[in-house]
Design a binder for this molecule. Sequence first.
Ligand code: ZN
Length: 282
Amino acid sequence: MACSTMKLGAFDVFWLPGGTFRLDGGTMFGPVPKVLWSKKYSVAADNTIEMCNDPLFIVAPDRKILIDTGLGVKLTQKQNAIFQVGPQWSIPAALSELGYSCADVTDVVLTHCDFDHAGGLEMVDAAGENIPVFGNAQYWVQKDEWEDVQNPDIRAEATYLPENFVFTKGCEGLKLVAGRMEICPGVTVVHTGGHTRGHQMVEISSDGEVAVHLGDLFPTTAHVNPLWVMAYDNFPLEVIQKKRELFAQYSRQKAWFTLYHDPLVGACRLDDQCRIIEKKLR
Ligand SMILES: [Zn+2]
């Protein structure tokens, strides 16, 4: 499989195949009427839309950083059927095609801990034990997010699946961030809230070039209108406010906005009116 790729200063950025699934289009566009969103996103007869779950892999001079981990391979047959899981998660194979292995990954940033972002963190070995997929990595999560993983509310229980965090809980590499932290030169995680209480974004900059990964604040290019939020957003007013702020700030810097769930577009640039002016196709 060929991975999409982008050069950002001294960094190479790749999109890795984290599996595809289908969700109800209504849930992905929350308050937006179907007559509007269906013009922007292709929808099947059962009202589902296709989305990928593709982590970014950043090759920096002395770090190999993964942003989120895809669906993984622990979903049950029933879950695979419900979500119509398509081309399977194949991150180890994709890394090896690029000349790396899972053991080379130095850092895993979790924008948040929903199953479609954290599912690839762990797998189950032959003895039935959960083992880390990226065994040498440090894991960067916001402190608030991690608290909610330990004590999910009734809605989060369906998506902070305990089987994704068996090993990671209490492991030495787990690094909890409160707010903002530069995890290596040019890569900074920043708390945003909005989608979940402890959701974070990642700013990537090298040699004057900037990209920003807004995670589920900006899941697909169809969500470029700040008012187009998801029914899955826990704090939609915060999402709207953050999108307005961050779109303005980063469009001034001519940054690339990288995308996790958009099957067609890997990254885009915006003007100061939140219009897409340039796209990098998958
Ligand atoms: Zn998501």
